[in-house]
Design a protein around this ligand. Structure first.
Ligand code: UDP
Length: 327
């Protein structure tokens, strides 16, 4: 059997990855401690509850499934929280990943797909963000992910571990069939918060900062559809299994949207008003993060087909209205 261990498989991106893996003929084995994920989101393969900080539990799961590869999504991922509680990020993300990488190597597995972030780049004025740009993170979340990237390079030297590292820009949207979707508690991400505000599930959205050096004063991000994002992971896995070796890829579309642009698109797609107010900057936010690379398209044959802002909002809105997990 083509088992792939998927850490964080009960989370937003991990659950979509499990669906894509199952569709491609792999058996995704979700390893998740359910600290931020949902058991209801595990629909496409076995579930093993466990914590990355528990090395013995990891070893037992590797022994049980004899996987061909690991996809590592499990992490704390909120920029704002990482500024308030950096220790939590350094401990959970870095120590948890070290345990996982050591368990992977000790089990004789050599293929590793890692979920990294454009937050590892930090703020670079007028520099095209391709994979060669210096990584100078300005928040603890990005710093913890950069450390794990470094760790993977060291283990490659020592043990031959091959890795595909994906640096995500802003992931949005949901499974068009609404089997899985984005659901965080607490929610901190722009699009789900806005959809909640639109249908009255929470108060008005607050725009974090209107005095950035951008055309409309709000931060600019590059949004990529979660289904496109996980398709790239399946292509990255195939690259590893074919023996093409380690590589880093940005996953973004190269198009930037300000917070106000996203509000305008949400109003148009849902045909509803977006209640919002303007607030202070959120510590740790970069001004502009837009990918400047087409390496994933060129080398993996990746086609980000659904990553149009209106389609991402429409898919998120469908999930928001029809999908849910038992909590
Ligand atoms: N944002 C905002 N209000 C919110 C949540 C987010 O203005 O309630 C902004 C945030 O400052 C950033 C963008 O929306 O510029 C995307 O933030 P999100 O938390 O979704 O993703 P991040 O870029 O932090 O990974």
């Amino acid at each position: 059997m083509n088992h792939v261990i998927v850490t964080g498989g009960a989370g937003y991106i991990g659950s979509h990855a499990c669906k894509a893996l199952a569709k491609a003929g792999y058996v995704p084995v979700t390893f998740d401690n359910l600290s931020t994920g949902w058991q209801d989101a595990v629909k496409f393969g076995p579930f093993e509850q466990g914590d990355l900080l528990d090395r013995a539990r990891l070893d037992a799961v590797f022994a049980q499934y004899n996987p061909i590869a690991v996809m590592h999504f499990a992490a704390l991922s909120q920029v704002g929280e990482s500024m308030k509680e950096p220790g939590k990020y350094w401990f959970n993300n870095v120590q948890g990943s070290l345990n996982l990488i050591e368990a992977t190597v000790d089990a004789g597995v050599r293929n590793f797909v890692f979920s990294s972030t454009c937050a590892t780049y930090g703020d670079h004025d007028n520099v095209t963000l391709d994979e060669g740009v210096e990584q100078l993170p300005i928040n603890a979340y990005g710093a913890s992910k950069r450390a794990i990237e470094d760790m993977l390079r060291d283990f490659e030297g020592a043990s031959g571990l091959q890795s595909v590292i994906f640096r995500y820009f802003n992931v949005a949207g949901a499974d068009p069939e609404a089997e899985v979707g984005e659901f965080h508690q607490p929610e901190t991400h722009l699009i789900p918060l806005m959809l909640d505000a639109i249908d009255g599930k929470r108060d008005a959205l607050t725009i974090f900062g209107t005095d950035y050096d951008t055309p409309d004063g709000t931060c600019i991000r590059d949004y990529v559809h979660v289904c496109d994002l996980v398709d790239a992971h399946v292509l990255g896995l195939q690259r590893l299994l074919e023996g093409h070796g380690s590589r880093v890829f940005n996953l973004g579309t190269g198009t930037g949207f300000s917070v106000r642009d996203v509000i305008d698109h949400s109003r148009a797609v849902t045909n509803r008003e977006v209640p919002y107010n303007e607030g202070d900057r959120r510590p740790g936010d970069c001004t502009k993060l837009v990918s400047g690379s087409t390496r994933a398209e060129k080398e993996l044959g990746w086609e980000p087909k659904r990553s149009k802002m209106d389609l991402m909002i429409a898919d998120a809105w469908r999930w928001h209205q029809t999908g849910h997990y038992n909590t």
